[in-house]
Design a protein around this ligand. Structure first.
Ligand SMILES: Cc1cn([C@H]2C[C@H](O)[C@@H](COP(=O)(O)OP(=O)(O)O[C@H]3O[C@@H](C)C(=O)[C@@H](O)[C@H]3O)O2)c(=O)[nH]c1=O
Length: 223
């Protein structure tokens, strides 16, 4: 080690600073090599170098814990609570008294998505989806194409998970894809704002790899 000198013990490690390189020791055993060298005038310290390159976090939640991530304009949510006792749990799914959405419950169904699979891109012209995740984890990617919407042209990503029980609505004319990001099948209950029209479904589709939506998805994971 050229020009090494003993810097003293730090955190039970022993550093030797060399003109060419520094080998860190722990208890006299070499544990790593780093190039430190003597600090020249104008040299930035490691602290200055790393902090100069670092990016500071932006605000992401309000003081009450609500996400600041932009969801499609007009989407709504109501967070609920999972009550736990020694027998199991209770989680309320929908209550018109919450006043979270102007439309009452008129129809409901549940759907599943297998692990690693996705459903979408889908869009509805006449009804909103109102999802409540029952099992698993789901990422909803939305693409707003409403010309008058403040979030027109925006991609939004919303994650539904058991840790954050809530009902979440997707406005009409917003393309969305539901992706299973969990480690098993997911299950969602949907309370759409209109009953399903079996003869003329209010459902429009684009392939997962469409160029019309600025979000890349592997088309093999679903439709
Ligand atoms: C939605 C729905 C489908 N079906 C039938 C139609 C079809 O044969 C079969 C599967 O329907 P779908 O392919 O529309 O199911 P799916 O693709 O799972 O539809 C869901 O996809 C996600 C992305 C959404 O956005 C939801 O609103 C819903 O459209 O189930 C009903 O009988 N009732 C219903 O309410």
């Amino acid at each position: 080690m050229i020009g090494a000198k003993f810097l003293g013990n730090m955190d039970s490690r022993t550093f030797y600073l060399g003109n060419v390189n520094c080998i860190a020791f722990r208890g006299g055993i070499p544990i790593g090599r780093t190039i430190l060298g003597p600090r020249m005038p104008g040299d930035l310290s490691l602290l200055e170098k790393t902090l100069t390159a670092a990016q500071r976090d932006m605000a992401t939640v309000t003081k009450k814990g609500a996400s600041l991530a932009a969801a499609p304009y007009g989407s709504r949510e109501h967070r609920t609570v999972t009550h736990v006792d020694d027998r199991g749990t209770v989680t309320e799914l929908f209550d018109t008294r919450w006043n979270w959405h102007p439309d009452p419950v008129c129809f409901a169904y549940t759907y599943t998505i297998r692990q690693g699979r996705a459903k979408g891109w889908g869009l509805h012209k006449q009804h909103e989806d109102r999802y409540f995740l029952l099992d698993g984890r789901m990422e909803i990617v939305c693409y707003d194409v409403r010309p008058d919407s403040p979030t027109c042209g925006q991609i939004s990503k919303i994650v539904l998970s058991p840790e954050n029980p809530r009902i979440f609505s997707i406005p009409t004319f917003v393309w969305h894809v539901n992706i299973n990001i969990g480690s098993g099948d997911l299950r969602v209950i949907n309370f759409p704002t209109q009953p399903y029209d079996h003869t003329n479904p209010d459902k429009y589709r684009l392939p997962l790899d469409t160029d019309l939506i600025p979000y890349r998805l592997d088309p093999s994971i679903g439709w």
